[in-house]
Design a protein around this ligand. Sequence first.
Ligand code: NDP
Length: 244
Amino acid sequence: MSLKEKVIVITGASSGIGEATAKLLLKKGANVVIGARRKERLRQIADLSKDHVAYQVTDVTNLNSVNSLVKMAVDRFGKVDAIYNNAGIMPLSLLSENHHEEWQEMLNVNIMGVLNGISAVLPIMHKQGFGHILATDSVAGHQTISTAAVYSGTKYAVRAIMNGLRIEENKNCIKTSIISPGAVLTELYRSQSDEVSARRLQNMWKGENKTLSADDVAQAVIYALDAPERVNINEIVVRPLAES
Ligand code: NDP
């Protein structure tokens, strides 16, 4: 099946990697169903190609909200070939700072958001007899650094969950892929709780070869989505050249 025939649901599509992936898929003629909390940003993407985009304000921490996004895909386009569980936040801090509410929010968005996406599509994909579930993991899902313990923990968890999904669902012809980028220049710095750490992160990401563009990552997603039927791309790790 070519990308032109596919229907792909994307969460966290209002900016960064999700937005770039939605736009690249549209260029390739696919149908995309996009969700995030910022309606105006989604509408701007939908304006690019009304026939091939549906959008809905979605909070991935809320299962009803994700179910409703997936239902819209089926109502509008008749099926769901893939869901890309991409929404995520990264408020960094030392464990000793005890930002308990941020830890909880990261677990809710980064882990429960992925599980809610899986929960919403699995019954549909079982009925269809095919499907592809993707998630944005991270290099932080393989190693951690100071201030990133909880964020890394959520990304390790996503890797474990997606591995389990592969083991359980390959017999049902459901593919699983995680995309694990290093630093990507996006709006992710917005999830810092204070201005100083947001600016520190933005500065860290400045400089030649220090970050990937969201488009670089979108290309990796498309590679996984467009692989032949028999090929299951389980993980793509993609780092900027200057990242060790
Ligand atoms: P952005 O901040 O640009 O994108 C994050 C997206 O997630 C936005 O569309 C945001 O939309 C959405 N989002 C956040 N919370 C929710 C929620 N509760 N419900 C629905 N959508 C939500 O950053 P990136 O593009 O960088 O992030 C995308 C993914 O990539 C994340 O999972 C991140 O962890 C991962 N990643 C990023 C890296 C980087 O260096 N940038 C490196 C490795 C992985 P809205 O606010 O409108 O809801």
